[in-house]
Design a protein. Structure first.
Lengths: 122, 109
């Protein structure tokens, strides 16, 4: 059974940092693109970042470029999101999601974790 | 960036009725690279449709997707009580940069 379990969320002050983790199990983690998707309270879904199977390619939504860094450790079956210079508008539930590839490129999300809440507030 | 606009924002229907949800793209989505998800309160999204019209594993056949280019539709043929939720479309035609629509809430009338 595919499982994705996020951790690391919490309350942080504006300008602060937080590192999210996602523990994957039930599939060959190193064979899949992985993504972070967020959802602000009462709002819709927003793709944040994704990373290729071997970590050689990483992409970000414009609003987090230069502040967030996605990474992975295939030996530990884990995905990470380092979030720096956090702003109030980064407040959201952050989901880890597995991506099905389409001709080698990330496509749609077939499995999701339950999410971890990040609150940026003073 | 491809912007996806979903309509209506809210759809009020009764169980047994047909639901038709629209997703319009700001530019053509190549090869119908569009997916649909269902999200219930407090839960993670669930994949329903990919490739505009292919049902994901375990999805009932009352859910169907259609469309191409800039106009896509999710149809629920007969609403069951468990289908009242929020639905999102997502494009991967501009992969690896991915975008979601704003969502349509299907509520009980």
């Amino acid at each position: 059974e595919v499982q994705l379990v996020e951790s690391g969320g919490g309350l942080v002050q504006p300008g602060g940092s937080l590192r999210l983790s996602c523990a994957a199990s039930g599939f060959t983690f190193s064979s899949y693109w992985m993504s972070w998707v967020r959802q602000a309270p009462g709002k819709g879904l927003e793709w944040v970042a994704n990373i290729k199977q071997d970590g050689s390619e990483k992409y970000y939504v414009d609003s987090v470029k230069g502040r967030f860094t996605i990474s992975r450790d295939n030996a530990k079956n884990s995905l990470y999101l380092q979030m720096n210079s956090l702003r109030a508008e980064d407040t959201a539930v952050y989901y880890c999601a597995r991506e099905k590839a389409n001709w080698g490129s990330p496509a749609y999300f077939d499995y999701w974790g339950q999410g971890t809440l990040v609150t940026v507030s003073s | 960036e491809i912007v996806l606009t979903q309509s209506p924002g809210t759809l009020s229907l009764s169980p047994g009725e047909r639901a038709t949800l629209s997703c319009r793209a700001s530019q053509s989505v190549s090869s119908s690279y569009l997916a649909w998800y269902q999200q219930k309160p407090g839960q993670a999204p669930r994949l329903l449709i990919y490739g505009a019209s292919s049902r994901a594993t375990g999805i009932p056949d009352r859910f169907s997707g259609s469309g191409s280019g800039t106009d896509f539709t999710l149809t629920i043929s007969r609403l069951e009580p468990e289908d009242f939720a929020v639905y999102y479309c997502q494009q991967y035609g501009s992969s690896p940069l991915l975008t979601f629509g704003g969502g349509t809430k299907v509520e009980i009338k």
